[in-house]
Design a protein around this ligand. Structure first.
Ligand code: SAH
Length: 223
């Protein structure tokens, strides 16, 4: 079955009521940004997971997407989206770790320009196909190592969102943070991971610890 057929067939198990229940739960957990809640209501998460898991797509859980990776839990996607919208105007966002492309699709409804990189070629190809089938055109994807930042070093991003945990922040990413921009990522200290925001103020970088999270690790090189 191709994506287009699934879009229509999935209606039963992914009824609007199931999705609305998830949105209500996110709201209760502290997601207040109505733009974010609206986008999560609309983006069809079941199309980003394997068909066999589609009936679980609107539970608030991470799910396997193959290659030892996971699609982030909806709450985490909502939280990172809410944080990246922040309070200032932002035009461009760079995501490190495209995975299945779900967070990418959410960002595409929130920011004019979205860039995303993934180190696993098969995931990159799948995400590219899904986003094209969903007619999402304001996203640029690359199969590259996010430790190196976006392949064009002269680019600057208002937001950088990393969906894999690192114990050292890649220098290349800090260098691509626009003035006033912020980077949101899980920082790993031993087994503990803390969602962290780094904001650039001129040459100064301000770090804030937000909350405990669990992500797959940021890995080096391509696969
Ligand atoms: N945003 C994704 C989350 C995927 S999990 C989603 O919603 O599905 C994190 C992803 O980061 C994995 O796909 C993993 O392969 C990728 N990743 C890990 N290290 C990376 C690196 N150095 N560069 C690019 N992607 C990386």
């Amino acid at each position: 079955m191709n994506l287009d057929e699934r879009k229509h067939k999935g209606i039963g198990m992914t009824s609007q009521r199931t999705r609305d229940r998830l949105i209500e739960r996110l709201r209760q957990q502290g997601i207040q940004n109505s733009q974010v809640l609206d986008v999560l209501r609309r983006v069809p998460r079941h199309l980003f997971v394997d068909e066999a898991l589609a009936h679980r797509a609107y539970e608030d859980n991470a799910l396997p997407i193959g290659y030892g990776q996971t699609i982030s839990q909806p709450f985490i996607v909502a939280l990172m989206s809410q944080l990246s919208l922040g309070d200032g105007a932002a035009n461009s966002v760079l995501e490190i770790g495209t995975g299945c492309g779900y967070q990418t699709a959410v960002l595409a409804s929130l920011f004019p320009q979205v860039y995303s990189v993934e180190r696993i070629e098969a995931l990159y190809q799948q995400a590219r196909q899904r986003l094209a089938e969903l007619e999402i055109y304001n996203v640029q994807l690359r199969h590259t190592d996010g430790n190196e930042g976006w392949p064009n070093p002269s680019y600057r991003f208002d937001r950088i969102l990393m969906t894999a945990a690192c114990s050292e922040v890649p220098e290349a990413l800090l260098a691509q943070l626009a003035p006033g921009g912020s980077m949101i990522f899980p920082f790993a200290d031993g087994v503990e991971q803390t969602l962290t925001r780094i904001t650039r103020d001129g040459d100064e970088l301000l770090a804030e610890s937000l909350e405990k999270v669990v992500f797959v690790p940021l890995l080096p090189g391509l696969a």
